[in-house]
Design a protein around this ligand. Structure first.
Ligand code: UDP
Length: 463
């Protein structure tokens, strides 16, 4: 049996796609060991018993990056202790007779490839961003796009023309944290050419020309997305054990609340698992939702709640604010008509693969590039305009919601979103690119396993 060790960066937007990909592998007959840091592991719920869970140290075993106090200190220490911790784990697993055939590592950990190579184990980089964003960082890493950006318009092969407002925010560093994050993102490409496989959580047909062009540089690049929605989309893979995402408890309340609402009448709002939204912006969103003619469901972390206006009702006939929900299940609910999103890549991929139009309100990182793609390239939504303080005003939000939910333009976007949903469904079907790519990847591992075993039972199930 092929055994993959899947190493995920300790953040929701990385854990989710890699965990779903692990489940997919496990359903295809692969033995999976899922690994993250001690501190993040404590937050994991709902990991199926069939997937073994292991931890490595990042040097801050109590509280991860919060304990470190800054990304700079966090990465410095993690990069010192992580490789040894991973090496020890691989050796321990090897001694127990369950040797690992491939380390599928988050591309944020280029050192994991060096560890795997030293132990003569195959290494597969897992890219959690889309190919457009990967390409931007790759060009900066290669020195083909210089920072700071001085030109008004940025042209890169097979990308739309980009303005400053479409670029990842880390290119305009404001503090040491942003600089540390930029280093991390660029370092993904330091040794990726040595990886045995490069797997990207994206859809080939959405980024076809760029993916084909990149495959001339990295011939072992394969798109395998969408990961988080594959269980929902593919009836063959439906998993009764599936409890949604892995890091939080189920939230039955919002599903019940949605059940009472008419079709496509609820606006779902989320700014993701990490971003910190300015208080002024939260207030404007609150007033925009209150004044809009739609129902709304807003998921907001506890640490953000005190930014809501004092007179704003968190629970009413019209709206519900929850601390967390299973986003893929919410987006799949027929009551949802629009997603006000910060444009984190997982959120975008989840919305488009479930046919939900988006209202883009990017906050930081590559979310600005994703917003550009949503509005101007894929026509999957609209980007809310900001004022000169970089705030989307409540009236603007209200108008945009009307536009998506009620106008002719909104209907076109919805039709387009449904076409993307069909693309996603096809990608993970037996004839689809993502499915075939995953099987090709696994068969290559099974082939190596067979070569190392006298009894060749390493074949991969096709579903
Ligand atoms: N998510 C969720 N429930 C929530 C908010 C977010 O399940 O209430 C999930 C969402 O489905 C996605 C991930 O958290 O898979 C967030 O990743 P994304 O890349 O969208 O944004 P990030 O949190 O990394 O900024």
């Amino acid at each position: 049996m092929v055994h993959c060790l899947v190493l995920a960066y300790p953040a929701q937007g990385h854990i989710n796609p890699m965990h779903y990909f692990s489940k997919l592998l496990q359903q295809k007959g692969v033995r999976v060991t899922f690994v993250t840091t001690f501190s993040f592991c404590k937050k994991l719920q709902n990991v199926p018993a069939s997937i073994s869970l292991e931890t490595i140290s990042d040097g801050f075993d109590k509280g991860g990056v919060d304990e470190a106090g800054s990304y700079k200190s966090y990465f410095e220490r993690f990069w010192q202790v992580g490789p040894k911790s991973l090496g020890d784990l691989l050796e321990r697993v090897g001694r127990s007779g369950e040797g690992v055939d491939c380390v599928i590592y988050d591309s944020a950990f280029p050192w994991a490839l060096e560890v795997a190579k030293r132990l003569e184990i195959a290494g597969a980089a897992f890219l959690t961003q889309n190919m457009f964003v990967n390409s931007i960082y790759y060009h900066v890493h290669q020195g083909k796009l210089s920072l700071p950006i001085t030109q008004n318009e940025i042209s890169l092969p097979f990308l739309p023309k980009l303005q400053h407002q479409d670029m990842p925010t880390f290119f305009f560093p404001t503090d040491a944290n942003n600089a540390a994050l930029l280093d991390l993102l660029l370092s993904q490409f330091s040794n990726i050419h040595k990886a045995d496989w490069i797997l990207c959580n994206s859809l080939y047909h959405m980024e076809k020309e760029l993916t084909d062009w990149t495959m001339k540089i990295w011939s072992n690049l394969r798109t395998i997305g969408p990961c988080s929605t594959s269980m929902l989309l593919n009836k063959r893979l439906r998993d009764d054990e599936d409890e949604g995402d892995v890091t939080q408890f189920k939230d039955e309340e919002c599903m019940k609340w949605l059940d009472d609402k008419p079709k496509q009448c609820v606006v779902y709002v989320s700014f993701g698992s990490m971003g910190v939204v300015k208080e002024e912006q939260i207030k404007e969103v609150a007033y925009g939702l209150r004044d809009s003619e739609s129902y709304f469901l807003w998921t907001m972390r506890a640490s953000e709640e005190n930014k809501l206006p004092k007179d704003f009702e968190k629970r009413s006939e019209k709206g519900l604010v929850v601390r967390w929900c299973s986003q893929v299940k919410v987006l799949a609910h027929e009551a949802i008509g629009c997603f006000v999103t910060h444009c984190g890549w997982n959120s975008v991929l989840e919305a488009l693969s479930l046919g939900v139009p988006m209202l883009a309100m990017p906050c930081w990182s590559d979310q600005y590039t994703n917003a550009k793609l949503i509005a101007d390239v894929w026509n999957l939504g609209i980007r809310a305009e900001v004022d000169d303080k970089n705030i989307v005003r409540g009236q603007v939000l209200k108008h945009c919601i009307m536009e998506i939910m009620k106008s002719e333009r909104g209907k076109k976007v919805k039709r387009n979103a449904m076409e993307f949903k069909a693309l996603a469904e096809h990608a993970i079907s037996e004839e689809g690119k993502s499915h075939k790519n995953t099987v090709e990847f696994l068969n290559s591992l099974a082939g190596s396993t067979e070569n190392n075993q006298s009894a060749g039972n390493g074949k991969i199930n096709s579903c």
